[in-house]
Design a protein around this ligand. Sequence first.
Ligand SMILES: [Zn+2]
Ligand SMILES: [Zn+2]
Length: 298
Amino acid sequence: MDEPELVDQTDPETVFTALSDSSRIEILQALREIGGTATFSELREAVGTRDSGKFNYHLDKLVGQFVTRTDAGYELTQAGKQIHGAIEAGAYTVTATIEPIELTTPCPVCGGSRTLSYADETVTVDCDSCAAVAAFGVPPSVFADCDREAIPDIAGRYLRTTFRKITSGFCPFCDGPIEPTVRPISEAFDGHLEDTGNDLAAQPDDIPHVEYDCTQCGATPTGGLGLVCFDHPAVVSFYYDRGVDVQEESIWNVIGFPPDRQTIRATDPLEAAVSYTADGESITVVVDETLDVVAIEQ
Ligand SMILES: [Zn+2]
Ligand SMILES: [Zn+2]
């Protein structure tokens, strides 16, 4: 099958210029509220612009990229729905900070206590006693109307959802295709974390880490092998047979997986393994450099 041909319709500057007027944002919001197709006059009434010519001018700027015009009227394109969602998510309009919260589950690496904090739209979980750290982007809307005690659980569920998207092959930032590479954690973080004061680069060379590369936007999200393989069917059924539903299991038990349960077994070609335990038994998932599962050991 031929690859679908993707054509750049509009350059990024034109896209953002199209949104540079509050009337246009109001049009997107009105279309979202109407929830389907709206005629010109319905839309103008919803936005509340008296001047028909001015309204038409602004609407015209959105047609093509964010709004589509049919015989029945106007509706949002997929990009229009997404940009409206992004505005609602607060990513571009609000800032939120949460006072640090101590997690109830201990650090899986050293048993120390961990603190979750939120600033600059990033959740960071630090261990008080070792270098284990997790940092990931979360839009402020995720925490809308939630109690402080619920924040670690909600942040964890959001991270899981993001990782399901990543492990299904989609970039969390642009939805483009991403490719995983399994590498030693020291290499994956080499240079990336210098500014944060963490020394993950100083960790042993035999701890595996997964780095994803987006071929479209160049983002490189990373995750521990323990987190990435947690939803593998063999792992899910291993836990299920022992009365544990991994869907209900706190993500914080898997983040910062203990070094003694994940290892790089061979380097050329690379082979890495991660083990999960329950009821005194364990299951080990063995992967190659491209994250293909090469063996399940039980
Ligand atoms: Zn620790
Ligand atoms: Zn991307």
